[in-house]
Design a protein around this ligand. Structure first.
Ligand code: NAP
Length: 286
């Protein structure tokens, strides 16, 4: 039976570190690290994510400001709000919750955020810095996955990792971080041929495809480490339930270590967002 990589427990450790960094910044510099979260529209999943982010920020002693904008918000109004937050010295991190309503240009909004306050790590300057192996604000979900992997592997060097999914927010930055850790990385996506045997050769599989229980036991080498990023809502026995991109029960029989859904990557993502906010606040002191 695989070792469980408990994202809840691990995220509490990260949040403790965040809380002590917040205390330090308050005590030493009189600075309250503050996160501004912008939500446009009524997307129910986004509303839950934003609520959790703001709640955790408060629990860690951070400042948080929530902006809930109407679905009809124009690009100009959103850009103006971002510009105002960029110029506000009391705000250290800015997060615009994605996805945005279709009439808004996500790339334009992301590019308008001050890279020093871009706690999601999506600004092209931060993306480029990560790809070049330079210090940057690193996207939260892959950052959380790396902390989880290091729980299992003290040394990732030379491990073969397969990342399933090539999105800008998960797959690509995950690849960059694994490369930085000296893994040999294979990126798989919807056009990849014989993805099962690629995964079967891997020491580490990170599943981020957004496809319910795509990865099954016959994709996994015995003893491999499996990180499940997927969040898929399903109906089971008349109830709404979240499942990952990995078929948890059968894969647990084969894998050496596995992260669950829920209680895996999700809480790590929020913890890393707050970690990024304290990092951003500290850098803005200079
Ligand atoms: P995305 O932008 O939709 O990208 C999905 C990726 O998976 C694409 O690269 C796609 O390939 C690939 N893919 C789709 N079907 C596939 C298949 N059958 N075989 C192999 N590859 C396949 O999704 P995302 O934003 O990266 O999110 C992925 C999942 O992670 C979602 O379930 C999302 O909800 C979850 N997520 C969780 C967290 C968290 O905090 N836990 C954070 C972010 C995302 P193509 O590029 O070829 O289309």
């Amino acid at each position: 039976m695989a070792q469980l990589i408990d994202g809840k427990q691990l995220s509490n450790q990260v949040l403790q570190k965040v809380a002590s960094e917040v205390d330090y910044l308050k005590g030493e510099y009189g600075v309250v690290p503050t996160l501004a979260v912008v939500l446009v529209g009524e997307d129910p999943a986004s509303q839950v994510y934003v609520r959790n982010k703001v709640k955790r920020a408060k629990e860690a002693g951070m400042g948080s400001i929530e902006y809930r904008l109407d679905t009809e918000t124009t690009q100009g109004d959103l850009n103006q709000l971002v510009a105002q937050l960029n110029n506000d010295p009391q705000v250290h991190g800015i997060l615009v919750q994605l996805p945005l309503p279709p009439h808004l240009d996500e790339d334009e909004v992301i590019a308008s955020i001050d890279p020093a306050k871009d706690v999601d790590g999506f600004h092209p300057l931060n993306v480029g810095a990560l790809a070049a192996g330079q210090a940057s604000l690193v996207p939260c979900t892959p950052q959380g996955c790396m902390i989880m992997l290091r729980q299992v592997h003290q040394d990732l060097s030379g491990k073969h990792a397969v990342v399933v999914g090539r999105s800008n927010i998960v797959g690509k930055p995950m690849m960059a971080l694994l490369l930085q850790a000296d893994c040999t990385v294979t990126m798989a996506h919807s056009r990849t041929r014989d993805i099962e045997s690629l995964c079967r050769n891997a020491d580490i599989v990170v599943a981020a495809a957004g496809r319910k229980e795509l990865v099954n036991a016959d994709w996994i080498k015995p003893g491999a480490t499996v990180i499940d990023v997927g969040i898929n809502a399903i109906e089971a026995d008349g109830k709404r339930k979240l499942v990952g991109d990995v078929a948890f029960a059968p894969v647990s029989e084969t894998a050496g270590a596995i992260s669950p859904v829920p209680g895996g990557v999700g809480p790590m993502t929020i913890a890393c967002l707050l970690l990024n906010t304290t990092r951003a606040a500290r850098r803005q002191l200079a």
